[in-house]
Design a binder for this molecule. Structure first.
Ligand code: PMP
Length: 361
C-alpha cells in the first residue's frame, strides 16, 4: 500500500502557513531590487580568480574551519583582538544558527518592525517566538516601547540592523546601547550595510559582553559568493560553532573571498561610487514634490509616493525592477525601495519614474 502521508499531516502548521521568500525573476531587467553592488570586479582580478579556480581541489571538502579566510577577514575588517569569527553561508545562515541555539521552549527573538523580514521568518523556521516592536512613524527606534517590550518579553535575542532594511536609516546609537544594557539576552547588531554607513558598533564589542556584530560581503560586491560573518566573544561563538554545518563555506567562496580581500581598495572605491550615486538620487528625489524620501545610510533609498503599487508595475513594464513594500507593513503604505545602481541604471530609473508620475498624475 502506498503511503497516504501528506505534508499537512507531517509538517508543522506554522511552516504550512508560511509563504516562501519571494525572489522575482529579473532576466533582462535593470535590477534595483536586492541591494546588490552593480559593479563587477575588475577584469585583471577576475583573471586571477580564474587561475585559482583551475587549481582548486574540488574533489576534496573545503577547509571546515576556513582558517586562512578568517585571518584575511580579521585583517581586512580590523576585527579586534579577543573577538572570534563565525562564518555563515550568507548572514541569513548566521541568523538561523543564532535562532536555533536560542530556541528554548518559550524563548523570544525580538526585532523592530519594519525590519529585515528574515528575522521573523527564521524565528518561525526554528520555532522561537517572534516579537516585532514597531518603529516610530519616521522609522526611528521607539526606545520607551522597546524597553517595555524587553521587560515584558525578556527576549533571548534582539536583532537590530544598523542601518536598517528596508528603511535605510541608522538608529540612534545611544538608544541601541540602552537596549543592549537593558536586555537579559544578546543583541545582534546587523551591519549588512556598513560599507555605506561610515559608522559601526565594532568598537563597542569590548564594552558590552552581550553584544554580537554581524556583517556580510553581499552588499560589497560579493552577493553571489554567500559569505556572512558574526564577530563576538569566544564564549558565545564557541557554542554557536556547534550548530554550524561542517562545510558550510565552499572552496570557491573561500578562495575567491580571500583573493578579493587582498584588494579591499577596489571594494571601498565601489562603495564610494555607490555613496555618491546615492547623493545624486537624493538630489533627484528632492526635485520631485510628490515623493517623500527617507534619509539613507545604506545602498538603497526608501520613498513614499501615491499609487506606489501602480508605479512599481509601470516601472516593471519598462524593465526596471525595484522593491514594492506597499502592503507589507502599515508603516510602509505606498513605500517603494530602490537600490542604488550604476549612474546609467539610476538615470534610467529616474527618467522612467518621472515620466510614469506625469502619466498617472
Ligand atoms: N541583514 C540585512 C539587514 C539584510 O538586508 C540582508 C539582505 N537583504 C541580510 C542580512 C542577508 O544578507 P546575506 O545573507 O546575503 O549575507
Amino acid at each position: 500500500m502506498p503511503s497516504t502521508a501528506h505534508p499537512e499531516q507531517i509538517f508543522r502548521p506554522e511552516i504550512l502557513q508560511l509563504s516562501a521568500y519571494h525572489v522575482p525573476p529579473a532576466t533582462g531587467m535593470i535590477k534595483l531590487d536586492a541591494m546588490e553592488n552593480p559593479y563587477p570586479l575588475p577584469l585583471a582580478l577576475r583573471e586571477e580568480i580564474a587561475g585559482l579556480m583551475i587549481q582548486a581541489p574540488v574533489n576534496r571538502y573545503p577547509d571546515a574551519s576556513a582558517t586562512s579566510l578568517k585571518s584575511s577577514l580579521r585583517q581586512a575588517l580590523a576585527i579586534p583582538d579577543g573577538m572570534d569569527i563565525l562564518l555563515g553561508n550568507g548572514s541569513d545562515e548566521i541568523i538561523q544558527i543564532i535562532a536555533m541555539a536560542a530556541a528554548k521552549p518559550g524563548a523570544v527573538l525580538m526585532s523592530v518592525e519594519p525590519a529585515f523580514v528574515m528575522f521573523r521568518m527564521i524565528a518561525t523556521f526554528t520555532g522561537i517566538r517572534y516579537v516585532g516592536v514597531p518603529l516610530k512613524k519616521d522609522f526611528s527606534l521607539d526606545l520607551e516601547l522597546m524597553l517595555s517590550a524587553i521587560t515584558k518579553h525578556q527576549p533571548a535575542v534582539i536583532f537590530l540592523a544598523y542601518p536598517n532594511n528596508p528603511t535605510g536609516n541608522l538608529f540612534d546609537p545611544e538608544a541601541i546601547k540602552r537596549i543592549i544594557s537593558a536586555t537579559p539576552g544578546i543583541v545582534v547588531v546587523d551591519e549588512a550595510y556598513q560599507a555605506f554607513a561610515d559608522t559601526s558598533f565594532i568598537d563597542e564589542l569590548s564594552k558590552y559582553p552581550n553584544l554580537l556584530l554581524m556583517r556580510t560581503l553581499s552588499k560589497s560586491g560579493l552577493a553571489g559568493l554567500r559569505l556572512g560573518l558574526l564577530i563576538g566573544r569566544p564564549e558565545w561563538l564557541e557554542q554557536l560553532e556547534k550548530l554550524r554545518l561542517p562545510y558550510n563555506i565552499g572552496i570557491m567562496t573561500q578562495l575567491i573571498a580571500e583573493k578579493v580581500l587582498q584588494h579591499t581598495a577596489i571594494l571601498s572605491e565601489q562603495a564610494e561610487a555607490i555613496k555618491s550615486e546615492r547623493a545624486k538620487m537624493n538630489a533627484f528625489f528632492a526635485t520631485m514634490k510628490s515623493i517623500e524620501t527617507y534619509p539613507s545610510k545604506a545602498n538603497f533609498i526608501l520613498f513614499r509616493v501615491n499609487k506606489a503599487s501602480q508605479i512599481f508595475q509601470a516601472l516593471k513594464q519598462r524593465r526596471i525592477l525595484i522593491k514594492n513594500l506597499d502592503g507589507t507593513h502599515p508603516l510602509l503604505e505606498n513605500c517603494l525601495r530602490v537600490t542604488v545602481g550604476t549612474p546609467e541604471e539610476n538615470a534610467q530609473f529616474c527618467t522612467a519614474l518621472q515620466s510614469i508620475l506625469s502619466e498617472i498624475a
